[in-house]
Design a binder for this molecule. Structure first.
Ligand code: C2O
Ligand code: CU
Ligand code: CU
Length: 494
């Protein structure tokens, strides 16, 4: 019964490009698999060719009507799927009242021209064709597109913009993974006032990074995913929230981590909890080997430090000067339901191995990047707030690191935040491996592009700069921090 319904939805959603479809099920409440509000756009004969429009839309978030901004009228935006070697052409139109642009988070493509060039600016009413080719050896993985115009990123992402970009490849061909039921989880939090509008952030919202109390998965509140009894469920999870860190657990089921930001790890790793900072992705397998029933996917409390965290208890920040957005990462909230469905014919085993992760050569250079913030009284009414790398805010006209194409570097990321806040470090263009945290070797080798750096922590990462010359950036993916200066420029010289 369920399977038939689900197939129908996939068919409908593919056939009606862009329309929002709501599952219609006679008795459907909690147990109704309730996603598929998103179209899928897959490359054909090596080409992915789509029209993408940033525009306002009124959507339902749970019971509330919300005035949001979207790609093609939907949240998440259309899921784009391509294979290594494919060419991608996105004809982008900006129907917002302010400028915007696109960034392809995690893709290993040039940071220049019409590829992943965040220095492009598309004015209101303007268009831009983004065009690039995925390298033939691009790893399979779950990536993320979102706006990236400096100083407007947090508001535009919090307003609703973002979508998933999938690269299908070797990981997807592993038989056990191929047999798993695949689901995407696009995690986004929202805050709304009584009129369904997003409130204006206050000082504390900017300082901590804005979080909302409405937690959505694929634009829905508490959707249901089906797990075939005896089978495997593959979750491809994107933290698409502006500032919220997710600490996830599924009742009675461990996660088997199989991919991080940049693609597969060597073998599945059992986890009781999965922690994702803003911009991070992970893929996990879940075994359907428990008594059939409904299990809740929980977002657990998470303290990201800083003086705001003590004030968060009680859930709601004061209004007025302190800002109008609710902080609630100190509570446990169910965000989705996993419900058992008909048993598979043959129980599915977990894969023993996935894809080997290469060991990078020793670095030819080491750099130190300090993360901190500064706060003081401005000339006007309010406080002035700046987030810093090596004591500087972002400057379009300054290059912070010149690196040579064809080299490997180690970067030491040091969190000296005087307020003790955690940051989420992200580098464009080139994924990296984590070597150590506070001198302790990282437990497993994985490709990352976004990672947490806790207060007083030093994280050493190793980055190969192999193939794309040009200017690119690194920044904190707590996007309010990025907008308030926490970004630096790298020039990769050929
Ligand atoms: Cu997802 Cu520069 O960011
Ligand atoms: Cu990015
Ligand atoms: Cu930060």
């Amino acid at each position: 019964m369920y399977l038939i319904n689900r197939r129908k939805f996939i068919f409908l959603s593919a056939a009606t490009a862009g329309a929002i479809l709501l599952p219609q099920c006679a008795n459907g409440t909690l147990s109704t698999p309730s996603k598929i509000a998103t179209t899928q756009t897959t490359s054909i004969n090596g080409h992915l060719d789509i029209d993408l429009e940033a525009r306002p839309a009124t959507l339902n978030l749970g019971q509330q009507q919300a005035h949001l901004i979207t790609y093609n009228g939907q949240i998440p935006g259309p899921r784009l799927e391509a294979k290594p070697g494919d060419t991608v052409r996105i004809r982008f139109t900006n129907r917002l009242t302010q400028a915007t642009n696109l960034h392809f988070h995690g893709l290993h493509i040039p940071p220049t021209g019409t590829a992943d060039n965040i220095f492009l600016r598309v004015p209101p009413g303007g268009t831009q064709t983004y065009e690039f080719t995925l390298p033939k050896n691009h790893p399979a993985g779950t990536f993320y597109y979102h706006p990236h115009l400096h100083e407007l990123v947090a508001a535009q992402v919090f307003g609703g913009l973002g979508g998933i970009f999938v690269v299908r490849g070797a990981l997807d061909d592993i038989p056990e993974i191929r047999a798993a039921q695949e689901e995407f989880l696009f995690l986004k939090d929202f805050a709304l006032n009584a009129n369904g509008q997003i409130p204006v952030p206050g000082h504390m919202d900017l300082m901590r990074g804005r979080e909302g109390s409405i937690l959505t998965v694929n634009g829905q509140v508490n959707p249901t995913f089906a797990l075939p009894s005896g089978g495997l469920l593959r979750f491809r999870i994107v933290n698409a929230s502006t500032s919220r860190f997710y600490r996830l657990t599924l009742e009675d089921h461990p996660f088997y981590l199989m991919a991080t930001d940049g693609g597969a790890i060597a073998a599945p790793v059992e986890l009781q909890e999965l922690l994702l900072s803003p911009g991070e992705r992970a893929e996990v397998l879940i075994q359907g080997n428990r008594p059939p029933g409904e299990y809740r996917l929980l977002s657990l409390p998470y303290d990201r430090g800083g003086m705001g965290s003590g004030m968060m208890h009680g859930g709601r920040m004061g209004g007025g000067m302190m800002g109008g957005i609710t902080h609630s990462s100190n509570t446990t909230q169910p965000i989705a339901i996993v419900t058992y469905q008909d048993a598979v014919a043959q129980p599915l085993p977990l894969p023993h191995t996935l894809i080997p992760v290469e060991t990078l050569p020793q670095p030819s250079q080491t750099r130190r990047i300090e993360m901190s913030m500064a706060m003081g009284m401005g000339n006007g009414m309010g406080m002035e707030l700046a987030f810093l790398f090596n004591n500087q805010t972002f400057d379009m006209n300054r290059v912070d690191a010149v690196v040579k194409l064809g080299t490997v570097e180690d970067w030491e990321l040091v969190n000296l935040d005087p307020d003790g806040m955690e940051h989420s470090f992200h580098l464009h263009t080139n994924p990296f491996q984590v070597i150590s945290r506070n001198g302790k070797p990282d437990p497993y080798q994985a490709w990352e592009d976004t990672l947490r750096v806790r207060a007083n922590e030093t994280v050493r990462i190793r980055i190969p700069f192999r193939d794309f010359a040009g200017k690119t950036v690194y920044h904190c993916h707590v996007l309010d921090h990025e907008d308030l200066g926490m970004m630096g420029m790298v020039e990769i010289q050929g």
